[in-house]
Design a protein around this ligand. Structure first.
Ligand code: GEK
Length: 243
């Protein structure tokens, strides 16, 4: 397999613009997300294991905000039966095109259907597993409760929602410490100070993190009977909620 192209998007000084998931980002996304989300590879692999436990025969699995299909592909790899359909959705045409190209070269992609759409415009039905892996953080805050409710309503009893997010902390000192440690992590991953600060500014109005308490309250409000964090590294966490 080819090495993913290196993310150099913010390596030289550029005018400040809000971050978008365009061709340039899609082109380097595999490298970008692996070097920008601490624990990404672990989270992806554990999503596969969770999906295998909870994907019931005859049900639907959703990967919402699938990008290049990291979570979708690991789920199809782990789920031990074939009696399910996986719908992977993203509103970035650049991401969906590349994911489709990757699928075209595979023999085991029969269960996956790709949809290029906004999450507001899709239906969720008969789902046993729904994944929002670092996607909800990009949805306008006032739309988040409606989306989580729609997901809950479209799930089977006994199904799970896996929600991974960049998070913030109510305690200002802890918040500052974990952001700082995160930036140190990015430096260790080879990003320069300029890259770190330009990316941070570009995401300022686009990626809005919330506290774990806010996420839990929203999921409980939607009807999930219980939810908790199963992974955390610095200011990145993954939660699981049970219908
Ligand atoms: C992974 N889950 O590799 N409708 C549909 N898609 C959206 C919307 C929306 N309203 N808003 C954002 N997206 C992936 C990583 S990346 C996370 C997810 C990151 C899509 C957006 O186009 C992008 O592909 C994805 O959500 C977020 O496991 O870059 O930090």
């Amino acid at each position: 397999m080819n090495e993913p192209k290196q993310d150099r998007i913010y390596a030289s000084e550029r005018p400040l613009q809000d971050f978008v998931f365009d061709e340039k980002v899609a082109d380097v996304f595999a490298d970008m997300i692996n070097r920008s989300v601490p624990g990404y590879a672990t989270i992806i692999s554990m999503i596969g294991m969770l999906a295998d436990r909870y994907c019931s025969p005859g049900s639907m699995v959703y990967d919402l905000g699938c990008s290049l299909g990291g979570a979708a592909l690991t789920m199809t790899h782990h789920i031990s039966h074939k009696d399910y359909q996986l719908i992977a959705v993203d509103n970035s045409a650049a991401m969906i095109e590349r994911f489709q190209q990757a699928l075209d070269g595979r023999h085991d992609s029969g269960n996956i259907q790709l949809v290029c759409a906004d999450l507001d415009d899709i239906e969720i039905n008969n789902a046993s597993v729904v994944v929002l892996n670092f996607t909800l953080q990009f949805i306008a805050q006032e739309r988040r409760a409606g989306l989580v409710r729609k997901i809950y309503d479209g799930m089977q009893p006994g199904g799970i929602l896996i929600l991974s997010e960049k998070i913030r902390f109510a305690d200002a000192h802890l918040d500052e410490l974990l952001i700082d440690m995160y930036h140190q992590f990015k430096q260790v991953q080879g990003y320069s100070q300029l890259e770190i600060s330009q990316k941070r500014s570009a995401l300022e109005n686009v990626l809005i993190p919330e506290t774990i308490a806010t996420h839990k309250a929203r999921m409980q409000e939607a009807g999930f009977r219980s939810c908790d964090t199963w992974f955390q590294c610095f200011n990145f966490a993954s939660m699981v909620a049970f219908k």
